[in-house]
Structure formats: C-alpha cells, structure tokens
Write a protein of this length. Structure first.
Length: 180
C-alpha cells in the first residue's frame, strides 16, 4: 500500500454521515489479554473475536458526532474518500489537576493495520489535545495483547489516576495515559 494514498485530517460533522463506516472492518481476533492480579499486570490466554455490525457502526458515528458537537476532536484517515481509520478526544477535562482528556476511540479498519495509520491518528490527536491545554491523554484500552503492544509502542503507560467513570464503562480495559 502506498502511504501517500492515505489522507489524515481533522473531521467535521459533514464527514460523519450515518453510513460513513459502511466499509469499515472492525475485526479483531484476540488470543491473549492483559489483566491485573494482586496489583500486578500479566497476560493470560483468552480467545475471542470482535466484529462491529451495522448497528454498532451507527452508534460509533453518533458518538463521534456528539464529540464534535461538544467541542471535542475527531480525526480520520481516508483512502479513496473512504474512512479507514479514526480517533477522537473528548472535551471534558478531569483528574486531580484537570489535566486529562479522554481518547475513547482509535481504530483502523482491519485490512489497513500495520501501516502506521493508527500512530498518525494518535499523534494528530495529541497535537490537538495540546492545543486545548491538555497535559495528558487518558485511554481505557482494550486488554488484548495486540492493543497493549500498540499503546506501549507509542509511549503510553499505566494511568497515574484512574478515572472511575471510564473504568466502570469497561472494567476489563487497561487504564492508560500518555503525557503530552
């Protein structure tokens, strides 16, 4: 794949029509997951497959629209005018020093993974979050080994402060942060 064919940019509401993810392939096979036992993180075997159906894709689009409407940031990766990756940063500061912003989504369509698109989306989110005054990004990250490897490779670490609301949405997620 020619990386020059990929356009990474800030999204507007007009980019997020209900079937914008029609061709998006959110597919992931997980064989191992990270979990916490006695204040220590380790991996265990746990096989499952995740796939977004059309209803889930519409829910994600609605969430991204809401993010933009409330002052958040949504970025996307396009190939031939099709959305093949996206990430977003909410506009609600939290933490003891109100320095965190949440990065709830970062996804790349299955067939476009391992080309650096997720990394580019992440870096653009970091840039835009810094412009908003954030000091840290907060990520409730999927516990799959592949996901954890990705976040570690871009410099994320275990969250210093755990956001209870985000943790309770997905208690199996690993709570991470990235210092901007």
């Amino acid at each position: 794949m020619d990386k020059n064919d990929i356009e990474i940019r800030l999204l507007q509401i007009t980019d997020l029509y209900l079937d914008a993810l029609q061709d998006f392939n959110r597919y992931q096979i997980t064989n191992r997951v990270m979990y916490k036992k006695n204040d220590e993180y380790m991996y265990k075997d746990n096989y499952f497959i995740e796939y977004w159906d059309e209803l889930k894709k519409e829910q994600v689009i609605q969430s991204l629209i809401k993010c933009i409407c409330t002052g958040g940031i949504v970025v996307g990766a396009f190939k031939n005018n099709k959305l093949i990756g996206f990430a977003n940063v909410e506009n609600k500061f939290f933490g003891k020093y109100r320095e965190y912003l949440e990065l709830p989504y970062i996804h790349v369509s299955y067939e476009f993974r391992n080309y650096g698109i997720g990394r580019q989306l992440f870096h653009l989110c970091c840039e835009k979050a810094r412009e908003k005054g954030a000091k840290k990004l907060y990520i409730g990250a999927h516990p799959s080994e592949q996901t954890q490897i990705f976040y570690k490779s871009i410099g994320c670490t275990l969250a210093v402060e755990v956001n209870k609301e985000i943790y309770e949405r997905e208690p199996l997620d690993i709570q991470l942060e990235f210092v901007l």
